[in-house]
Design a protein. Structure first.
Length: 92
């Protein structure tokens, strides 16, 4: 797998990429939450079946993006723990 230093650099690159992806996904989640809020409000005010259906769709979009953000955070934390263990071995 290469020298420990090279593995460390690769881990840092992967962590940085996950952080960027996490930031973008979080920003998209904020936008989806705003859209969902509008759709729910429209559905509550009008009671129109199309508005109600749209609110269900946007709620699903929010839930999927929340899961995606959580998965990215988990993957990043896992790599950070791996990096920390490797740094500990290099420092020993």
């Amino acid at each position: 797998m290469g020298r420990p230093e090279e593995r460390l650099f690769r881990l840092n690159d992967e962590i940085a990429a996950l952080r960027r992806d996490e930031l973008l996904a979080h920003e998209e989640l904020l936008m989806l939450r705003h859209l969902d809020d509008d759709a729910r409000r429209d559905a509550a005010v009008t009671g129109n079946p199309m508005d109600v259906a749209e609110a269900r769709v946007t709620a699903g979009d929010v839930a999927r993006m929340e899961q995606h953000v959580t998965a990215l955070q988990s993957a990043r934390r896992s790599l950070e723990r791996k990096r920390d263990r490797l740094m500990g071995k290099l420092g020993a």
